[in-house]
Design a protein around this ligand. Sequence first.
Ligand SMILES: NC(=O)c1ccc[n+]([C@@H]2O[C@H](COP(=O)([O-])OP(=O)(O)OC[C@H]3O[C@@H](n4cnc5c(N)ncnc54)[C@H](O)[C@@H]3O)[C@@H](O)[C@H]2O)c1
Length: 252
Amino acid sequence: MRLHEKIAVVTGAAGGIGSATARCFAREGAGVILVDIDAEGARRTLNQIEHDGGTGIVVTADLSEEAQVTALFAEVQRRQGALDILVNIAGGDVEPAASVEEIDVERMSRNLDMNLKSCILCCREAVKIMKPRRYGRIVNMSSLVWRGSPAQFTYAASKGGILSFTRSIAMALGSFNITANALAPALVEVDAFVRALGPERWKAMAEATAARYPLGRIATPDDVAKAALFLASDDASFITGQILEISGGARL
Ligand SMILES: NC(=O)c1ccc[n+]([C@@H]2O[C@H](COP(=O)([O-])OP(=O)(O)OC[C@H]3O[C@@H](n4cnc5c(N)ncnc54)[C@H](O)[C@@H]3O)[C@@H](O)[C@H]2O)c1
């Protein structure tokens, strides 16, 4: 098992990619702290983990609120006394495609808060536990749109910001044996899209997108979970400050 006896915080654990990652880490021996604003969804993931023989706990938090992030990591310190791995997956895009002139300030702020601010705050608090132990693996969720998007303006900005932040903390934390890397998936098949678009629109979009990717399909949540596992494991102990694109060859 590649994460034997490791303690891992996985945020967004109620969602498609976060749930797959939490379950993957538990299968590899980690004790997982499942964090999400959606308590019921996180508990569903924990039930699956326990059904498969793994262990975990659920902590509910709105990660765009500083006080809730501070309380989350205080609880991790109190209950576990250690933290080896942080995977920041919580996020999403609340601004529908619009022209540049139509960028809405309220939705812009939500995009920056739920993606970039939450990631920065979780890293800040996690590092307080990791640094004295001189060990840490941080994996942050960017997106292929870090390269730019003609439709997702503020989401792309938040995901690009996550990449710059990840590189910056990698520079600052290497001497403490803490690595920090980012994941950049292309389109991943998650229920949230099916719910938002409806099955027919989603199917059409997924098929059209898959046809553009050299590997001829879109990603599954497990494709992303396995990349997170690699970066969180000691197989990647000499890799830091990198972005790993999980894209089936899109945008080569
Ligand atoms: N699905 C894709 O195609 C894709 C591609 C690239 C990147 N991503 C990124 O992957 C991550 C996971 O997305 P997903 O596709 O699994 O979507 P999802 O909607 O299934 O999961 C996102 C989860 O984050 C949680 N969350 C959102 N805001 C939160 C907050 N403020 N505090 C706590 N939890 C919060 C949600 O409750 C949800 O469970 C996101 O950061 C997303 O931007 C997704």
